[in-house]
Design a protein around this ligand. Sequence first.
Ligand code: HGY
Ligand code: MN
Ligand code: MN
Length: 414
Amino acid sequence: MAVARVDPQRLNGTLESLGNIGSTPEGMQRIAFSPADVDGRQFVIDLMQQAGLAVRVDTAGNVIARRAGRDGERPAIAMGSHVDTVPSGGRYDGAVGVLGAIEVVRSLNDLDVVTRHPVEVLVFTNEEGTRYHRWLFGSRAMAGLLEPADLEAVDSEGVSMAERLKAIGGDMVRVSEAGRQKGELCAYLELHIEQGPVLHRSGIPVGVVTGITGRIVFDVRVIGAANHAGTTPMDARKDALLAASRLIQAVNDIATSEGMCRVGTVGMMTVAPNAVNVVPGEVGLGAEFRDIDVKRLEDAERRLNEVSQQIAAATGAEILVKREELGQSATTSGSLQDMVVAAAQRLGLDSRPIPSGAGHDAQAMAAITDIAMVFVPSVDGLSHSPREYTTPEACADGANVLLNTLLMIDESLD
Ligand code: HGY
Ligand code: MN
Ligand code: MN
């Protein structure tokens, strides 16, 4: 079969347009359920309809766009990702996968190719989990992996996810209807930027993802005693921020000097009453550990609880560590990995196996179908930052690999 190719200008034109939705001088603010997220979703839905896809939104707010195959009885080959971003995020995280998948469909139209299997483009709701610390919400709903905490989630403004879901056409009361059965899909392919430095440093244009990391997330409350900064003797304080600073160091130590997991981060902090002349009374922390081995994450959790009690005893603060989520790791299909390598070779592109340190919707979809991920380089390894950048050539390379992998799957599966 001749090598199929996408239209690089058309693809990068859509990336530019979507990148302008929710863009600010501080970066992308297309937070899940925000007006910018609603506009971004509408932009991709319009593209899908222009490409002749039949579009529907499920009760989890996921966008499901379908292209008929020659044999409608066959399970569909799905591609997709997300369009929501982290606060002050980048233009490529998620967007490359969604727009790359739409470009694949537009190229199939140009080539007059009708695949044997139906093809679907999926846009998942709230992949980042920014507001509710419940990441991969839409893909976990589709894979039947939601938990009670998802249904009850309320954000810092007191607004429930159930309420916000309505803004994008979802319905939490009926969210279980978004679940799909094994067998409905025969493969899920996700094109994504690497979000790390490996491909950029090695000069290799295509990453064939071997596995996707597990992740455990905590909400930590450090409760001390607010008091006058000028009159309270140093030995009479319960300084919540001092105790929290020791906990932040401990999270780092667990992942570095103690080597209990691959990475550990405290990325969120609130301080009350947050006044320069008041001994901090209460601190809230958002913390996470990641590792491909979930047992190591549970060991790191035990260590975090142990160290928290030691810090509490030493500072007089009370420390409450609450596990918010444990995300399972996932491995990609070996046969699909081989097809990604073959597709890259067909295009004259070098590739290398690579584990994913970032989480992705694919790891949820692994519960109901075989998955594969294609990575393209992040310049300087930057992501979740306004400086996130992937070249137009790399985006086109990724979409071409996606297109040729899809065609190989379509031809090979019986
Ligand atoms: O946080 C992550 O790993 C992904 O970007 N949601
Ligand atoms: Mn992300
Ligand atoms: Mn992403």
